[in-house]
Design a binder for this molecule. Structure first.
Ligand SMILES: CC(=O)[C@@H](O)[C@H](O)COP(=O)(O)O
Ligand SMILES: NCC(=O)COP(=O)(O)O
Length: 243
């Protein structure tokens, strides 16, 4: 079964809009876990625009499902992660001026720097994932520097919904398996577009946030998670049947 990691960043975005403590992203994470989330993802951005350091510490203390710490590949973040020891870290590219993560990490272009950081995270007992575009060269580089997982950036597919982007994801999925990497995917996924991604060969985990938190306004978080899990299961089953 494909695992669903619920990203709670945008609960913190709403909290931070008024500067208080409500809504609490850790409370949302606990609710999500109680209602079927297989893991929780939180992105501690360098500018702390949503998740904050104390949220990560509370998530680490209070969660009983795996915590996936998304972070830029900086010295500060690697140090924090090694101290926190979450289940997993996903290294993502970050630009302060971006609205959201616009593309995958350029692993091939910074292999020497990333190799050392990946090794330090692994030595701390953390499973290391690289958030990459579905580009075979980036996926091979992720394996070459010791990464254990690649998370394919599904943003281009989600925004275009085009056949060409889906084919790129498919080729990326094949490259991940060929390089011995566990395959995850995420970014911009919705009820409407998640099914095809769930059918990617070898897919083990999806990380979904913005849409789920938005839907929770209308249906509540438990119902949004249940519906997303149903769409994922249907997509995976369809793929298995037509294979
Ligand atoms: C890496 C990724 O795709 C998501 O975690 C995303 O970064 C959520 O946070 P933002 O909306 O701040 O980009
Ligand atoms: N890594 C992708 C993620 O955690 C969620 O992205 P989104 O659903 O908030 O776009």
């Amino acid at each position: 079964m494909i695992r669903l990691g619920v990203n709670i960043d945008h609960v913190a975005t709403v909290r931070n809009a008024r500067g208080g403590t409500h809504p609490d992203p850790v409370g949302a994470a606990l609710l999500a876990a109680m209602h079927g989330a297989d893991g929780i993802t939180a992105h501690l951005r360098e500018d702390r625009r949503h998740i904050r350091d104390e949220d990560m510490q509370r998530l680490r203390r209070e969660l009983t499902v795996p915590l996936n710490f998304e972070m830029g590949a900086t010295e500060e973040m690697v140090g924090m992660a090694c101290a926190l020891r979450p289940h997993a870290c996903c290294l993502v590219p970050e630009r302060r001026e971006e609205v959201t993560t616009e593309g995958g990490l350029d692993v091939a272009g910074q292999m020497n720097d990333l190799r050392g950081k990946v090794a330090r995270l692994k030595d701390a007992g953390i499973r290391v994932s690289l958030f990459v575009d579905p580009d075979p060269a980036q996926i091979e580089a992720a394996a070459a520097i010791g990464g254990q997982v690649v998370e394919l950036h599904t943003g281009a597919y989600a925004h275009d919904d085009g056949e060409a982007e889906f084919r790129r994801l498919f080729a990326g999925a094949q490259a991940a398996t060929a390089n011995g990497l566990e395959l995850h995917a995420g970014h911009g996924l919705t009820y409407a577009n998640v099914g095809r991604v769930a059918g990617l060969p070898g897919l083990k985990e999806l990380n979904i946030g913005h849409f789920l938190i938005g839907e929770a306004i209308f249906s509540g978080l438990p119902a949004a998670i249940a519906r997303m899990k149903q769409e994922i299961a249907t997509g995976a089953l369809f793929r298995a049947v037509v294979r």
